[in-house]
Ligand binder design. Structure first.
Ligand code: GAR
Length: 210
């Protein structure tokens, strides 16, 4: 698969469930001109009262909440797809979106969904990745930005950033320092996708030398 070729802006739809610090880092980079030709089209949440949604409203960005609790996944995701299409989204960024996507959602945006995960995948997928890494005793930790496929924390990796685990760390300080790297990594990955200068060969994201 080849990368984004259009000169039209990349219209990002953010999906979040919580505080939205990764979303805010992306928004800051856009506002400060570090992600030219990228705009946030809509911020969506599956959780009523997610503070990331309020943060988006404070930035005058369009927002919508579709509460997922108790709803069949496919039915909930159909609402998300319709909303993202209505806002002409061509790249979906999961930013702390803590719900699995349905196969129908993934098919609706083929190779156009990114996720950030706070571990060096394939190690420690799933919940509490930083705690898992700390408990395991790894000496290098970090974060991964990857394309989303139908498996949890699994698609082709765009980039990873690493930090050493310090003897003085606990799971909390480790998570804090990983988050600093996340805030850099996500925008860099979006910039790479926006450039279109890449191919996905099997599981491998490969940059094209121009
Ligand atoms: C981030 O650490 C992100 O990597 C993680 O949730 C946090 C959201 O924080 N995502 C996952 O664990 C997905 N498997 P944020 O709301 O401040 O961006």
């Amino acid at each position: 698969m080849e990368g984004w070729k259009s000169k039209a802006p990349l219209r990002v739809g953010i999906l979040l469930s919580g505080r939205g610090s990764n979303f805010l880092a992306i928004a800051r980079n856009i506002n400060e001109g570090r992600l030219p030709n990228v705009e946030i089209a809509i911020v969506l949440s599956n959780v009523a009262g997610a503070s990331g949604v309020q943060a988006a409203r404070d930035l005058n960005l369009p927002t919508a909440v579709f509460v997922s609790k108790g709803r069949p996944r496919a039915e909930h995701d159909a609402d998300l797809i319709a909303c993202l299409r209505e806002h002409k989204v061509n790249l979906v960024c999961l930013a702390g979106y803590m719900r699995l996507l349905s196969p129908g959602f993934i098919a609706a945006f083929p190779s156009r969904i990114l996720n950030i995960h706070p571990s060096l995948l394939p190690a420690f997928p799933g919940l509490d990745a930083q705690q898992q890494a700390f408990d395991y005793g790894v000496k290098i930790a970090g974060c991964t930005v990857h394309f989303v496929d139908e498996h949890l924390d699994h698609g082709a990796i765009i980039l990873q950033r690493t930090i050493p685990v310090l003897d003085t760390d606990d799971a909390h300080t480790l998570a804090e320092r990983i988050l600093v790297e996340e805030h850099i990594a996500y925008s860099e990955a979006i910039a790479r996708v926006a450039s279109g200068d890449y191919e996905i060969k099997g599981r491998r994201y490969v940059r094209r030398i121009s």
